[in-house]
Design a protein. Sequence first.
Length: 214
Amino acid sequence: MLTALLKGLGLGFLLAISMGPIIFAIIKQSIANGHKAGYAFIIGVSLSDISVVCICNVFTNLFEAALKHQTIIAIVGSIFLLIAGIYTFFFKKEQLYEDDVLKKQYRKRDYVAIAMGGFFMNILNPGIFLFWLLWSTTILADSLTHENPFQYRLIVYITCLVFVFISDVLKVQLSNILRPKLTTRNMHHINQLSGLILIGFGVGLFLKEVVLDK
């Protein structure tokens, strides 16, 4: 199904270029802790996308119930972003080593924690729910015009999610290219910039969903 493939690629491209806290968090995580940590983070992000897609397509009532609590989700998400931003700006310390052997050795549970951080940072953003609600409705309507609606939707979602995951992997690789050129001072500035971005998105999310929508 060429139509489903093109639809999935277009949707994936739209998600991949979306500017949000996730893209900065991916780059920051990869630069600070290495490519394995970056991969763990994007795995968490991908799992959250898959979870929302499943909720949207299988648990329709649960999805609609979650949207009814959009304000609560927005408050929790904004608090999460604000805490992460304040910690990153004021308290996060990075120590860079020239010798890779001396770098911190992460355990499996550390990578799991990083993946969970990516999962919750993504899924606590109400924009993710709204995005998938809008497009799932469109995709469902389009699928009904095809001979096999389920196959059509499956191809669209798989193509989209795979495209986004590959784009996130490329972001990690880009970060790894930049990492050898970084100094401890530069990392401190990156921490501050990353913290300000997270705080900005947190404040923006709170104002948009809680204050302006009232």
